[in-house]
Ligand binder design. Structure first.
Ligand SMILES: [Zn+2]
Length: 481
């Protein structure tokens, strides 16, 4: 974007809640089922049926609202949002309008310039529509498996000012939802979708420019690409003396561009009114309070605690709190008495390497936190070298075996007899007078070479740190002579 323009972005994020059944009927929510299998008269919009609200979905949405610091309305109203589309059999979507489930709240994101608070307008519950499939014959087919899936819509204030901030916001929301265990946040299954209102204005100008709404962004990368394109498009129109038209635009991932879909609709076009089939949603204050008391520690709070109480560098704290499962694994290793920084190094480097290689969720790793703790202690006590430990770890991670047993099977044993180690070091030093001379003339790095020779002689069974100390001591003895 040209330097003298700035973007103003507000997001509407739809989060699919991980309930077992749909929002207003007992059909299962299931991805990949044969078309129209998970349907019933309610979610196919047959005349005369009555919706029954899913209590678990309400609980999840309340959880999310509380975690985001929003104010939960003890009384909210389900409303009909009327529009005609082939994937919407009732001719309306049940949503919330005038009295949403929650209002306010905020999400803190990390940007290049530090932390930024993104204020929220509201959070409400609604149902998803079905899906249209356009086949090669030019026919359009309707699959209503998705119709009635419970969604949460989170609407932000226009506080975001770049495509990167928008994707950071989405990532943070996904992280929080996963910590709460209320959405799987699987982008490929459309669990997190985003529409954006975006406008541009000259920097320093108070008045907002005309905005467009960009729809159909279902990955972090698409959000960035779509917004980058849209911002560039709007700036170019203004630069050429034109005017941005207020409209809804669709992002096309195959071209990375947005195209006009329809002129922007206003709220009144949807003829919202309270759904006469559903009484107002009235929540018990004690029930809401109990949910609040039982909220888990959220990623930001956890990260701060790791920095303040465990003295971890912010980078480590960020990586370890990326998912709840990794954080829990790390905390269990620390609970076994391993120092936080040591535990952090092993989890961040080795454990995360293994789960990446195996494409595993850490929950399915055969290695237990207590086995890792044991392994780390074996290294600390000098029973294993770092390289041996990594080998042992790989075996433990795929077999779940005890590290001590694996070390024994592999014949890994660190020479504990210092006398023997010293005699090997002396032998190596005596055999290489040229290298000794190099050390004496100030080439300190040659110590590493000596340690390598010692390790080779002992087939890796020595503690390299200890060997290094011995090499230095014995070489220094030569200085005087
Ligand atoms: Zn149904």
């Amino acid at each position: 974007m040209k330097g003298d323009y700035e973007a103003v972005i507000g997001l509407e994020i739809h989060v699919q809640m991980s309930t077992r059944t749909k929002m207003f009927c007992s059909c299962p929510v299931e991805f990949g089922a044969p078309p129209n299998q998970n349907t019933c008269p309610v979610c196919t919009g047959m005349p005369g049926v009555l919706p029954v609200i899913n209590a678990r979905a309400v609980e999840y949405a309340v959880k999310a609202a509380l975690a985001l610091g929003a104010k939960v309305n003890l009384k909210s109203v389900m409303a009909r949002k009327n529009y005609f589309y082939p994937d919407l059999p009732k001719g309306y979507q049940i949503s919330q309008y005038e009295l949403p489930l929650a209002e306010g709240g905020q999400v803190v994101i990390e940007t290049e310039n530090g932390e930024k608070v993104i204020r929220l307008v509201r959070l409400h519950i609604e149902e998803d529509a079905g899906k249209l499939i356009h086949d090669e014959k030019g026919e359009s087919l309707v699959d209503l498996n998705r119709a009635g899936t419970p969604l949460m819509e989170i609407v932000t204030m226009p506080d975001l000012s770049s495509p990167q901030e928008a994707s950071a916001f989405m990532r943070e929301v996904r992280k929080i939802m996963r910590y709460l265990g209320i959405s799987e946040g699987d982008m490929e299954k459309g669990h997190l979708r985003c529409d954006a209102n975006v406008s541009v204005r000259r920097r320093g100008e108070a008045q907002l420019g005309t905005k467009t709404e960009v729809k159909n962004m279902n990955s972090f990368r698409f959000v960035e690409k779509a917004l980058e394109y849209e911002i560039r498009r709007q700036v170019q129109i203004l630069e050429e003396g034109g005017e941005v038209v207020q409209e809804t635009r669709l992002f096309d991932p195959s071209t990375g561009t947005t195209r006009s879909m329809r002129s922007k609709e206003e709220a009144h076009d949807y003829r919202y009114f309270p759904d006469p089939d559903l009484i107002p949603l009235v929540l018990d204050k004690n029930w809401v309070d109990r949910i609040e008391e039982n909220l888990p520690e959220l990623p930001r709070a956890k990260k701060e605690r790791y920095i303040k109480e465990l003295n971890l560098p912010p980078y480590d704290a960020g990586v370890l709190t990326e998912t709840k499962e990794i954080a829990e694994f790390f905390e269990k290793v620390v609970a076994e008495g391993v120092s936080p920084k040591k535990a952090s190094n092993w989890v961040m480097v080795e454990v995360m390497r293994i789960i990446k290689e195996k494409e595993l969720n850490i929950r399915h790793l055969a290695l237990s936190p207590s086995s890792l703790a044991k392994l780390i202690r074996m290294v600390e006590e000098g029973k294993l070298t770092g390289n041996m430990a990594k080998d042992v770890l790989d075996v433990c991670a795929s077999t779940g075996k005890d590290p001590e047993e694996v070390a024994q099977e592999k014949g890994y044993e660190v020479l504990s007899d210092e006398g023997e180690l010293e005699s090997v070091v002396r032998k190596i030093v005596d055999e290489h007078p040229d290298e000794v001379q190099k050390y004496l003339s100030g080439k300190d790095k040659i110590i590493g070479w000596f340690v390598g020779q010692v390790m080779r002689e002992l087939k890796g069974k020595a503690d390299p740190r200890k060997a290094g100390e011995l090499v230095r001591r014995i070489l220094n003895e030569k200085k005087g002579s």
